[in-house]
Design a protein around this ligand. Structure first.
Ligand SMILES: [Zn+2]
Length: 264
């Protein structure tokens, strides 16, 4: 880390005026944070302070970003990088927050090579090297296994780090083959379960593409940890090594949450 940046960060932490009541209120509203130790909560708070100082959050379509909104997004964005550091989010600054789902123009090429252009409603979007876009309404719908902020920031971690189109690369010290094979096997199994019409533990949207599977399973990893650890133990272990966290160990099992559509 550059000297200037380190100095700026130290100053940001020293001068931070994060309202203690506001922090407690927003933090307590995110039930999956229960179980973090005091040390982890303090480190999360420091990350959030730096995240808010270094990233630029803008409301779109007239949405005014209250301190609550900013903080809720920052906390959920920083949970996945608690043990990885803010440098994972280097190279971009923008977060755009819409009041609800937003329309995007999509292109799809069909089997005959014909390009179809259509509009779609989305709850979130992440651009490689660029901004994260979120629907505040969908952020508020988060429940066990569904979390649009973690979903989009998992995409950011994937898009801006090493890896290929399907999956991010492993962390240093991980067995690269095991990481890749475990993700692929879990994805294949999930798709087979969806195809067979069997109930699945997360949104069927995860079957759309391996990268979506990684993002959706990251949501489950942080917000429905015990269920993921039970149903996909090998995948859970790999994600624990990737994120350098073991949320199932700190969180009790909870009932499945709401599902929502329109992710990206
Ligand atoms: Zn996605």
């Amino acid at each position: 880390m550059g000297f200037l940046r380190e100095w700026r960060r130290k100053r940001a932490l020293k001068n931070a005026r994060l309202d203690a009541d506001l922090w407690r209120r927003v933090y307590d509203g995110l039930s999956f944070l229960r179980g973090l130790s005091d040390d982890e909560a303090a480190r999360l708070r420091d990350l959030v302070v730096l995240f808010l100082a270094e990233k630029e959050m803008h409301g779109a379509h007239g949405l005014e970003l209250s301190p609550e909104i900013r903080l809720a997004i920052a906390i959920q964005a920083c949970l996945p990088i608690l043990n990885l550091g803010l440098s994972v989010y280097d190279g971009w600054v923008g977060i755009i927050v819409y009041p609800g789902q937003f329309r995007v123009v999509k292109e799809e090429v069909d089997a005959d090579g014909v390009v179809h252009v259509y509009e779609d409603e989305q709850a979130g979007e992440a651009w490689p090297g660029g901004p994260v876009v979120l629907s505040w309404e969908d952020v508020g719908l988060s429940g066990a296994g569904y979390n649009v902020v973690i979903h989009e920031f998992a995409h950011k971690i994937h898009l801006d780090g090493p890896g290929d189109d399907d999956f991010p690369g492993p962390r240093e010290g991980m067995d690269a083959n095991k990481w890749r094979e475990t993700l692929q096997a879990a994805y294949d199994r999930f798709c087979a379960e969806v195809d067979a019409g069997r109930p699945v533990l997360v949104d069927e949207y995860a079957a759309e593409h391996p990268s979506e599977f990684f993002a959706v399973m990251s949501e489950a990893f942080f917000t429905d940890s015990a269920v993921l650890a039970r149903d996909y133990p090998a995948l859970y272990d790999q994600l624990a090594a990737f994120y350098r966290q073991d949320p199932a160990e700190r969180l009790p099992a909870r009932p499945a949450g709401r599902r929502a559509k329109g992710r990206a």
